[in-house]
Design a protein around this ligand. Sequence first.
Ligand code: SF4
Length: 253
Amino acid sequence: MVDDTEIYLDECPPASPLGHILALRSSVEDNNEPPYLSMDSINDVTIYLTHACNLKCRHCYLSAGKPLSGELNVDDWLHILDKLRDLEVKYVYLLGGEPTLLIKRGLLRIISHAKDLGLYVSMSTNGTLINRENALQLKRAGLDQVQVSLDGPNPAVNDVIRGFGSFNKAIRAINVFKEVGIAVSLSYTVIPDNAYYVTDMVRLTERLGISVLTFIRAQEFGRARENGLSLSDELARMVINDLMRIRLTSSWS
Ligand code: SF4
């Protein structure tokens, strides 16, 4: 059954904040809901904190790995957050690379400064570096929502794409985030290798008690392009049909 899980298909550029914002809205009390998107101002800003990543996913849109020369430092980001507040931005979405690589090098300051400015803060992570201690630090800094990337419903599918051991570490992170009270959503980048497992992924998401799962069609960027991992229209249609079938055979609406 998919009673409680909301599924999104996302064909925006790789770092669409849509799933984060919707997950955030569904995670808070009615009387404290973050605002819906407005056409009158810039609503959300995606901040690429670093190009560094500890994984080498085969479809990585950035070909992430080592940090770029001249990456901004913490003070630069705090200044930029001040400017974003002046522009009435409501949401910031922290992305990399892997943002948690910066957890001892300013990430917590960036989050707490954004919160002091009244912004909602989401972060995307591969989850592999998360433990209870740093999850609590993220919570105390004010992180509102986190999106964990998984590209398969089990290690056999996920780890071929994201690296050995990454599935179990991501599951551990999901459970730790839930324990410390940070709202969690999942994202699944669809490539030919994992396109046949989307319904299994929905089932896993439900078992994990996660209410938002976003499917992202791999874009022609970075290693996805180098490795020829774009999704054909035929496979994309199959994915949509599979997801629609789940919807039709359950009470999900
Ligand atoms: S897709 Fe994400 S986790 Fe994977 S290599 Fe790229 S930045 Fe790192």
